[in-house]
Ligand binder design. Structure first.
Ligand SMILES: Nc1ncnc2c1ncn2[C@@H]1O[C@H](COP(=O)(O)OP(=O)(O)OP(=O)(O)O)[C@@H](O)[C@H]1O
Ligand SMILES: [Mg+2]
Length: 256
């Protein structure tokens, strides 16, 4: 994939019956208990759910970073379970951008070099890094190492790094977690534009209604399963999203 190619997902994202148990000595923690998710190319999906409901585990499964115990994940027509480790790493590098809950920046590299890390070298990459740093308002921090950046700046560096290879598919775990309201909204707007501009499919986890209000669809997780979903109203009203979400969570398990 070259830097100038537009990511075009021609197939939907399919998550089918995905189960994941973590085994801690004698204890089995069922983190995912049969998740079903379908996302169209260009959709911006937000996942909400209580702490421990399996959101991060699901993102890891979608990125092929966690072996699932049952079910399958299909991205852009490729069933991840059919790839060996080397193929999976290559596929991930080309197709999937990842922003983790912990930003995973390398402490000895500058912001710019952290962003550059997953990318091939070349002028097109330099231009893209410049563009991303402008768009994420971190251009003046390019020579700073992570220890000299604020939490929000580190978060934006992590987002730029996830986007540097122009992935068709972006997974973000709490991408606005340590940002103030305005900075968070700018990230949301960017994610929204990225889904619209190039048909990029975005799946973001958040606890915040004012992030979820940007989504095409909000998927609600509870105890390892996606139990419900809703479409935020077009006026992007965080209170409306909070009401819908809380209403769904209050319903008894059998009813959702
Ligand atoms: N590596 C692991 N080993 C054992 N249990 C794990 C592991 N990772 C997650 N879990 C457990 O799996 C469940 C789901 O965890 P997960 O991190 O997916 O939740 P989450 O919805 O992302 O929560 P949060 O909102 O706090 O980030 C939790 O009960 C958690 O303790
Ligand atoms: Mg999590």
């Amino acid at each position: 994939m070259t830097m100038n190619s537009s990511p075009v997902l021609t197939h939907p994202l399919i998550v089918e019956g995905v189960r994941k148990d973590f085994r801690l000595r004698e204890t089995i923690v069922p983190a995912l208990k049969g998740v079903e998710l379908f996302a169209l190319p260009g959709e911006f999906i937000v996942i909400m759910g209580a702490s421990g409901s399996g959101k991060s585990t699901l993102l890891h499964a979608m990125a092929g970073l966690t072996d699932v115990d049952a079910g399958r994940v299909v991205i852009n027509g490729q069933d991840l379970s059919e790839l060996n480790d080397v193929q999976l790493t290559k596929f991930r590098g080309e197709q999937i951008g990842l922003v983790f809950q912990a930003f995973n920046l390398l402490p000895n590299l500058t912001a710019e070099d952290n962003i550059r890390l997953p990318a091939p070298s070349g002028n097109a990459v330099n231009e893209r890094i410049d563009e991303l740093m402008q768009r994420l308002k971190i251009a003046s921090r390019r020579s700073h190492k992570p220890g000299a950046l604020s939490g929000g700046e580190q978060q934006r560096v992590a987002i730029a790094r996830a986007l540097v290879c122009d992935p068709a598919f972006l997974l973000a775990d709490e991408p606005t977690g340590s940002l103030d309201y305005d900075a968070g909204q700018q990230i949301c707007q960017l994610l929204y534009e990225l889904s619209r501009e190039q048909g990029r499919t975005i799946v973001a986890v958040t606890h915040e209604p004012n992030v979820a209000m940007w989504a095409d669809r909000v998927v609600v997780m509870r105890d390892g399963v996606n139990v419900a979903e809703f479409t935020p109203c077009v006026s992007r009203d965080p209170q409306e999203v909070a009401n819908q979400y809380q209403g769904l969570l209050r319903r008894p398990m059998e009813a959702v």
